[in-house]
Design a protein around this ligand. Structure first.
Ligand code: C2O
Ligand code: CU
Length: 439
């Protein structure tokens, strides 16, 4: 049986590819790479990456400091880098055709920004992202708190899946219409990628920064061998910490966890599938930390967030339509017209809405399709509104179930042109995107 059909065989990924750390000043070079995605002994996979590898190097920034990155494009088509979740100035957002020109093959672009929020973010190509991200053009971006929480290890865990052929190459067909009209491009092999780690001991307190970098797959993840709390979502600290249980991460979503190692042999990341648990990866535990005194896990320091004006919000509805088995497709909408927001596929000359700077909006996201969608807004975070009307987590990507509705509340306080799209990148490619303007 083909071991790469992981959903069938639930085989274990025993080894982690390691994520490298960049040192300042940062040069970020997009280029073809050979990555050992499959276990050792299997062929390396020709992909794209940054600075020789995929994921690209860990970028660590201090909150509030100016960070300069010289991006060089050494792949054979245009590209650009988007800093996912950072509320930075529009010109640095990395969206070709909207905030900058595409960086042509052989070209360069200087990014420079001040990251206002501490937390777990990531960067990725935003040109033909359904293909360039699937090929590996992404990396972790960490904005450090001035006083980081007291932990023994700060670990980045990127979760991805790949569609790999018999001889170890990436399957092509990045614009496969059947994929796009369904859940998107799902891989046949998945794993968790971690930064190099010094020895983890039982009794250590760890911070785990989980990032779903898959183009289209929603990952449920269970952590074994640790006990703790979810302390942040999409980079933003939670006020009320959540008990650690099964996490659901849509593409682009992140979760920060602070936990104590309870196992004497391994900390594991498990993807529960219909056919049983699939081990994404594990970190070996050796020895014991005997000096750490037990203590409460407390909330991370908050980022500065504008308070929404709940008295007078602008009300908007964004209805997701299309996909397999939809009216839209039966009427013959194909290619980049498969999916739509409010009946409209792709970007129009005029924005979905123009906001006065600082205006609060309450947006009802209605999923009138048979598939879940992870909706992402650039340049801002928004509150998920709970069923009781209370403001919940402050996120940049929200998952809306088929047939479901979710209200979000956002203070549009960052001027510019901002994309609003499904982060299932195959859906985005097939029309599920729009934009808003903040004056
Ligand atoms: Cu993670 Cu439009 O991006
Ligand atoms: Cu979608």
């Amino acid at each position: 049986m083909n071991r790469r059909d992981f959903l069938i065989t639930t085989s274990a990924a025993a080894l982690f590819p390691r994520i490298a750390v960049a040192s300042a000043p940062v040069e970020l070079v997009a280029q073809p790479v050979n990555a050992q995605i499959l276990p050792e002994g299997e062929p390396a996979t020709p992909m794209l990456g940054f600075n020789g590898g995929t994921p690209g190097p860990v970028l660590r920034i201090r909150q509030g400091e100016v960070f300069d990155i010289r991006f060089q494009n050494q792949i054979d088509e245009g590209s650009a880098v988007h800093w996912h979740g950072l509320r930075i100035e529009n010109a640095m957002d990395g969206v070709p055709g909207m905030t900058q020109d595409v960086v042509e093959a052989g070209g360069e672009f200087e990014y420079s920004f001040r990251a206002p929020d501490a937390g777990t973010f990531w960067y990725h190509s935003h040109n033909r992202s359904w293909e360039q991200v699937a090929k590996g053009l992404y990396g972790p971006l960490i904005v450090e708190e001035p006083t980081p929480p007291d932990v023994d290890h700060d670990l980045i865990v990127m979760i991805d899946d790949w569609r790999i052929t018999e001889n170890g190459g990436l399957a092509d067909g990045f614009e496969n219409m059947h994929d796009q009209a369904h859940q998107g491009r799902l891989g046949n092999f998945a794993r968790a990628l971690v930064e190099p780690v010094t020895q983890v001991r039982r009794g250590d307190r760890v911070r785990l920064r989980l990032i779903n970098v898959a183009t289209d797959r929603i990952f449920p993840v269970e952590l074994e061998g640790v006990e703790g709390k979810v302390v942040a979502l999409d980079g933003m600290p939670l006020v009320d910490l959540k008990e650690l249980s099964r996490l659901i991460l849509a593409p682009a979503q992140r979760a920060d966890i602070i936990a104590d190692v309870t196992s004497a042999d391994a900390m594991s990341f498990v993807f529960p599938t219909r056919d049983g648990p699939y081990l994404l990866g594990e970190i070996a535990i050796e020895e014991e930390n005997t000096t750490r005194a037990p203590s409460e896990i407390s909330a991370l320091p908050p980022n500065e967030v504008a308070q929404p004006d709940m008295e007078n919000p602008v009300s908007l509805t964004l209805t997701m339509e299309g996909g397999a088995m939809s009216q839209r497709m039966m009427q013959g909408m194909m290619g980049n017209g498969i999916w739509a927001f409010n009946g409209q596929s792709g970007l129009t000359d005029t924005p979905l809405h123009s906001f006065a700077r600082g205006q609060t909006a309450r947006i009802r996201l209605v999923n009138d399709t048979r598939f879940p969608h992870g909706i992402h807004l650039h340049g801002h975070h928004f509150f998920e509104v709970g069923s009781d009307g209370s403001l919940g987590a402050f996120r940049d990507t929200t998952l809306v179930d088929p047939g479901g509705t979710r209200d979000i509340v956002c203070v549009f306080d960052n001027p510019g042109k901002w994309l609003l799209h499904c982060h299932m990148l195959g859906h985005q490619a097939a029309g599920m995107k729009t934009w808003v303007k903040v004056m």
